[in-house]
Design a protein around this ligand. Structure first.
Ligand code: SF4
Length: 361
């Protein structure tokens, strides 16, 4: 049994314009000590999916199961959920300034969080808070514990949030775009920190991001989401070197690469669909250069692709790696004639080789 088993998760929100179908039948598993990267554009359902696991989608209609240590999170009462959230499943969000209360000292907030879950004295909780701030690399933690959030830099605030998330030694940490607001150097430091802490504590980690480059050195497995569904799932090596789904290939093409200095980034044409009025068939078909008649009628399910190792893709395209280079050339010509773009020959020029370790998966 995996630490977390999510099966056929559906989440929708009722609005005056109609139902927003934010998550549509997502399944995944995660073991202790492993990292799952969930990737997709805004509106792909990646954050709603994990917020549901944290019980933060109040008012949503939810169905499916999400078993954590064998217990279904989705059928827990609010009291039961509260005992799990923070203590066993912790979250790190994108904007530490809005996650930390500006009027309370950083240390006080960590101490209160510890005492809300554990019967320890204020002095013991404070000692633990100092330890945690030191663990995440805050210099002089015994002094900085009495700083207010505005006295910390952006990177230090994010480290403080990580300290808070780790305070109760959770078994699962969900990090939702934890480095988006940070510059590249601090981003790399925070990712290194998460990796080190995971190795030290054995926690499972879900990393949510819109940027495949961010998790290239971190994730054991990657799930690419589009319009509320999983478009592709693979281990790190399979996804970065043998991506199958045209959407995944588009995301890979949008990663800046030092080996392709001077080359223009290639955005995926078009916009994600409305989650109220989804296109029929494959939701990606209006943007896909490979779309066939079948794609406009029938929705593909995740099915294994030829390289095995659990690599699955929800796409009607036959064969491995979107066919041969010749087929790619033809698709490019067809797309060009139709005013669209097919930019990438899979496996070439993605630049992921700079950051994905060969043989690491
Ligand atoms: Fe493109 Fe069709 Fe595959 Fe969807 S199913 S990604 S439209 S080829």
């Amino acid at each position: 049994m995996s630490l977390l088993e999510v099966s056929d998760l559906h989440v929708s929100f009722r609005t005056t314009d109609g139902d927003v179908r934010a998550v549509r039948g997502v399944s995944f598993e995660l073991d202790s000590g492993r990292t799952l990267g969930i990737v997709g554009e805004s509106g792909s359902g990646k954050s709603v999916c994990t917020q549901t696991l944290l019980g933060l989608t109040t008012g949503a209609r939810v169905r499916g199961t999400a078993r954590f240590e064998g217990e279904d999170l989705l059928s827990m009462s609010e009291d039961e959920f509260r005992a799990v959230r923070g203590a066993k499943i912790a979250a790190i969000f994108q904007d530490p300034l809005s996650s930390l209360h500006p009027l309370y000292k950083v240390g006080w907030q960590i101490v209160e969080m510890i005492r809300a879950h554990e019967p320890v004295s204020r002095a013991a909780a404070r000692r633990r808070a100092v330890e945690l701030l030191g663990l995440v690399g805050i210099p002089h933690p015994a002094q900085r514990i009495d700083d207010y959030p505005h006295q910390f830099s952006g990177g230090m605030r994010q480290r403080a949030l990580i300290a808070m998330a780790l305070a109760l030694e959770p078994k699962l940490v969900i990090a939702d775009e934890p480095t988006t607001a940070l510059d590249a150097t601090v981003q790399a430091q925070i990712l290194d920190l998460l990796l080190r802490l995971q190795q030290e504590t054995g926690m499972a980690l879900i990393m949510i991001t819109h940027d495949l480059g961010v998790i290239a050195g971190l994730a054991d497995e990657v799930m690419v989401m589009y319009a509320g569904r999983a478009a592709e799932r693979a281990d790190r090596r399979g996804l970065y070197y043998r991506a199958h789904h045209p959407y995944t290939n588009g995301l890979l093409e949008s990663i800046p690469s030092s080996s392709a200095a001077g080359a223009r980034l290639r955005p995926i044409p078009g916009q994600p669909p409305s989650l109220i009025r989804l296109p029929p068939g494959c939701a990606f078909h209006p943007r896909c250069a490979f779309a066939m008649d079948r794609c406009t009628r029938e929705q593909p399910e995740l099915t294994p692709v030829e390289d095995g190792a659990g690599h699955t893709s929800a796409c009607w395209l036959p064969g491995r790696l979107l066919g041969t280079t010749e087929e790619m050339k033809r698709a490019r010509q067809d797309a060009s004639a139709a005013g669209r773009t097919v930019e990438r020959v899979p496996g070439q020029g993605t630049g992921q080789d700079a950051s994905v370790e060969e043989g690491a998966a």
